[in-house]
Design a protein around this ligand. Structure first.
Ligand code: SF4
Length: 237
């Protein structure tokens, strides 16, 4: 995809959704960190259902740490991998209290040193809680970037670095959310909704889902003889 198309791509996503937001519910950097940590291989809906019950009871590192693993599990047991997530979250809370004064650190290195926090989670927190221009490449962004030609790569890190280099700076802060939402609702894994896609003409994907209302080459070809016969009949009449 060339730079002009890339700019138009984000101009359109921005026009459709000027202030994109994460669909995880949170009111503080710590709530966001906890929600993202719980969201690995789980839907935002399932995480929100759990944190809606958890956060009114405990929404600080000290309060969640005080619950302990067994006290935390009843709140999050509807989320996949809840046992290991409970252990990670409790240990993360302990480190936040002991090493960061109960605050979420604003550095990638300190975030990635927390249990259960990898590069992607750190990128989400840096971007969404602190407004930094990071790109957390999840399954949606990986697919959209490769399909459309926005930023191709074999690994999430390759895609992340390419997108950071190629996305025009004015779009970088919100690009993460635009691409996730685009992948989640339009450029879906199994059957992308190309007929409804606002960037259809800019996208490089060769196997776009056809528009059922648009005539294909085959239907045009099969209709041609009938149309020619009808025209001939008109002329003879
Ligand atoms: S045209 Fe289709 S493949 Fe391309 S971005 Fe839109 S939905 Fe995805």
């Amino acid at each position: 995809m060339n730079p002009a198309k890339r700019h138009a791509f984000f101009t359109r996503l921005q026009a459709a959704n000027p202030s994109p937001r994460t669909e995880l519910l949170y009111t503080s950097p710590f709530e966001l960190l906890a929600a993202v940590l719980l969201s690995a291989q789980a839907t935002d809906v399932s995480v929100n259902a759990a944190t809606r019950k958890l956060f009114p009871v405990a929404n600080t590192p000290a309060a969640i740490h005080a619950l302990g693993v067994e006290g935390l599990i009843p709140y999050i047991q509807t989320i996949g991998l809840f046992r290991s997530k409970a252990r990670h979250l409790i240990e993360t809370c302990r480190l936040l209290v002991e090493q960061h004064g109960g605050e979420v650190p604003r550095s990638r290195e300190a975030l990635e040193a927390l249990p259960g926090v990898g590069r992607k989670t750190a990128n989400v927190v840096l971007n969404t809680a602190f407004g930094e221009a990071t790109m957390a490449v999840d399954t949606h962004i990986f697919r959209v970037a490769n399909r459309t030609g926005l930023g191709k790569g074999k690994t999430p890190l390759e895609v992340e670095l390419r997108l950071l280099r190629l996305i025009p700076p004015e779009f970088l802060r919100d690009a993460h959310h635009w691409l996730i939402l685009h992948g989640r609702y339009i450029c879906k894994a199994r059957k992308p909704d190309c007929p409804a896609c606002p960037v259809r003409d800019l996208c490089d994907y060769r196997s776009k889902t056809p528009d059922p209302l648009e005539p294909t080459a085959a239907t045009v070809a099969s209709a041609a003889p009938a149309a020619a016969a009808a025209a001939a009949n008109d002329t003879e009449a």
